[in-house]
Design a protein around this ligand. Structure first.
Ligand SMILES: [Zn+2]
Length: 153
């Protein structure tokens, strides 16, 4: 289960819409919970993929490191990554599967006109992905604090 604070969701959606037709990408910061992950805020990142950014994305590693450092200072952690599929489905592409951080929730936002769909996936190192439910709303989760899956920890 990925709990997504409604403010974070609004920010992700706005980011996806203003970046379309290119893919938007960013980082989810929050806490581990008993049932999974609670994303308290979204950190929009620039898509620095050198190729076709309408179909691919790359988060700046330096930005990711900075977000991680700041999260730690606040007792939080990176609990997931998000990106948009401006003209597609909210399902991981072959490339998404290959570059996913193992077990870390990957939120995909698909845009279709006025509609948006968000689904979250957790992928194993072999590229197999399982869907995990997303709940948007006030985040109730409380967790043991910073333990970042993106670290492999
Ligand atoms: Zn994708």
């Amino acid at each position: 289960m990925l709990e997504l604070h409604e403010e974070a969701w609004r920010e992700i959606l706005a980011h996806a819409r203003r970046t379309a037709p290119e893919e938007a990408c960013g980082i989810l910061v929050g806490l581990r919970t008993e049932t999974g992950f609670a994303a308290l805020r979204a950190e929009p990142c620039r898509n620095i993929h050198p190729g076709d950014r309408t179909r691919r994305f790359l988060i700046d590693p330096g930005r990711q490191l900075a977000v991680q450092r700041e999260a730690r200072q606040q007792g939080l952690a990176i609990v997931g990554f998000y990106h948009s599929h401006p003209g597609g489905r909210a399902e991981p592409s072959a490339e998404d599967r290959a570059q996913a951080h193992p077990w870390t929730p990957m939120l995909i936002v698909a845009l279709r006109g006025e509609c948006a769909e968000a689904r979250a996936w957790r992928c194993n190192p072999g590229g197999g992905c399982e869907e995990t439910p997303v709940r948007i709303g006030p985040v109730t989760g409380s967790g043991p604090g910073a333990s970042s899956l993106a670290d492999g920890g």
